[in-house]
Ligand binder design. Structure first.
Ligand code: ZN
Ligand code: ZN
Length: 277
């Protein structure tokens, strides 16, 4: 079984990222690309900040500038494709907003998610993956950014809000890292937190397209997750249909090198193990 469990439903725009397109036709384009790349099942995990239902939770200007779609339209497009027997799953990429997980859980509860993908993008309201964010990378030592990132990631894992953690070491995106022993201790702490909670981790090939040019997460980190019995998914984080299943040979190698022989497959927020590959 090969899954691509992280992508964003966008229209066409000359090979570049188009606008959000909540139609069965858009779903079909992503599913067709999956078929060509030998991916058995795909999941849509649109960012929650595109939907008006999430507006009360949004503070970052990048997020506030994107809100306006309806979560019901998104779910309807994916569910209709599912009813036509396309191998698609309904998910959502959910922001970790410390202290607001209860309210957020209530807003998301009525929808028939196959799984929720949790992400830490913001630290004190600043985006860890935007280099221009003053007050984060500009003013804080790299050690502090990493410490805060991993503290929030563990809190997200423990919250029960998400079934899978997206790009688990996103904080390495610009290639800035503290000393090796500090990195190792963050990895060990996070892997232990995941093992305690039953959350799965995502192996993402998107990091290969980012300044760091590496898969998420680091192999040693993934090995610790595997040793702790933490489930894993595979993902491209595609924002255009052409990126579905991209670099999956590297992703599959990474999973196997870390010790994984199965992938976690979700239905109705329940995970099960299927043979990888
Ligand atoms: Zn993300
Ligand atoms: Zn994403």
């Amino acid at each position: 079984m090969i899954v691509d469990y992280h992508m964003h439903l966008r229209g066409r725009a000359n090979g570049r990222e188009g606008p959000v397109e909540l139609t069965v036709e858009a779903v079909e384009r992503f599913a067709a690309q999956a078929g060509e790349r030998g991916v058995d099942e795909i999941a849509f995990t649109e960012h929650m900040y595109y939907f008006r239902q999430a507006e009360p939770f949004l503070s970052h200007p990048y997020h506030r500038g994107r809100v306006g779609h309806d979560l019901d339209d998104y779910c309807a497009a994916v569910l209709e494709a599912k009813s036509q027997a396309l191998p698609v799953k309904l998910g959502l990429e959910v922001e970790w907003l410390p202290g607001r997980e209860g309210e957020l859980e209530e807003v998301l509860r009525p929808y028939p998610w196959d799984f929720l993908l949790g992400s830490v993008h913001l630290l004190d309201g600043k985006a860890v993956d935007m280099e221009s964010e003053s007050g984060l990378w500009d003013r804080l030592p790299v050690e502090d950014v990493w410490r805060r990132y991993f503290a929030e990631l563990a809190a997200l894992a423990r919250s029960g809000l998400a079934d899978v953690l997206a790009h688990p070491d996103l904080v390495k995106i610009f290639g800035r890292r503290p000393a090796a022993e500090e990195v190792e201790s963050h990895h060990a702490g996070a892997a232990a937190a995941f093992a305690e909670t039953g959350v799965a981790v995502e192996v993402s090939t998107a990091g290969l397209r980012k300044p760091v040019r590496e898969l998420y997460p680091d192999l040693e980190f993934l090995r610790l997750c595997c040793e702790g019995g933490v489930g894993a998914t595979l993902a491209s984080d595609a924002h255009v249909a052409q990126d579905v299943g991209r670099d999956f040979e590297a992703g599959l190698d990474h999973l196997r090198s870390a010790g994984y022989e199965t992938v976690t497959v979700f239905d109705g927020r329940a995970g099960r193990q299927e043979t990888l590959g």
